[in-house]
Design a protein around this ligand. Sequence first.
Ligand SMILES: *Cc1c(COP(=O)(O)O)cnc(C)c1O
Length: 366
Amino acid sequence: MSAQNVKLLNPGPVTLTERVRKALLEPDMCHREAEFAALSKSILSKISAVYTESTEGYVPVLLTSSGTGAVETMLSLVPRASAENGKKTLVVANGVYGDRAAAMLTAQGKSHDVVAAPWTSPMDLAAVEKALATGLYAHVFAVHHETTTGRLNDIDALGVLCKKFDVPLLLDAVSSFAGEKIRFAEWNLLACAATANKCLHGVPGIAFVLVKQEALDSRESGATSVYLDLFRYRKEQKNGFSPFTQSVHVLFALREALDELADAGGWERRHQHYAALTKQVREGLYALGIRSFLEDTGSYGSTLSSYRLPAGLTYDKLHDHLKNKGFVVYAGQGPFSGEMFRIAVMGDVDASDMTRLLAEIRAVMA
Ligand SMILES: *Cc1c(COP(=O)(O)O)cnc(C)c1O
């Protein structure tokens, strides 16, 4: 099995198309030259065009980091401890990524409370409503697609509360941007964080925050880090430049990936493609007696689904067999590591790959 033939079914980095991979061979470029500014600006406008109908008033800010870096940079919208005025951030958590955001706020010394639900449950919206009614919160943080389980959190319902109490929402959209609907205005969205290498099918190394321009103009930066300062990035990126060296070749690949997305009909077509593959995998696994991890299968998003390991099959055995046959699947995290496996369908994978995958899972169970 050559490396070229491996299909990555982990939630990023994804299997690249040849079109995107070839973009890595573009000539070298200095990030202080005009041609780099032109490249960045073209990417910024292509990112803004992914959700054309709803991104007016929002600007993307590109940075060289993984998705986690974009989430942490987005938190420079939250004031530093000295400027909090008694207001806190409310973190809504039901998986690894909500907990990670709370850890970031702790590291940044910013006051916050966490409304936690079990990882197998929806967000606890009743507790969110009660908390917001106290008037103590200046921001809400939530995770759109909680990759821990594959749950697509009900941000429509959370957005109603953010509107009702007039509290802006900071969203981790790292595994949903370009794969799921994002309602910028309806959700009272202040910013969302995303990455090149999940639903956009780019190369890992570039991430971005899409943020309300008005907030950048009217606030002081709350950054507690020199590097992860959203405001500083935006200031230079207005002209296409960047305070620090950007991953130039990864940007070439991202530009190509954005063009490829547009050529293929945009995010809604991609969403349909993911949903069809996930349905195929789920039905195929059901037929083998494998159950989905979340009881309410309607709560899954399109990009990833999680399953209970069947009796007698360890994750390592499943993983190693599939890897031998050219598929990389993903383990459960934290308390679910021995019970669960996950299949993501982002990247250059199609129905025939899923058919081969299901045949191999049948084989390893036999
Ligand atoms: C993948 C992921 C991240 C982190 O991205 P990295 O690129 O691994 O840093 C954050 N949030 C969610 C929801 C993710 O799926």
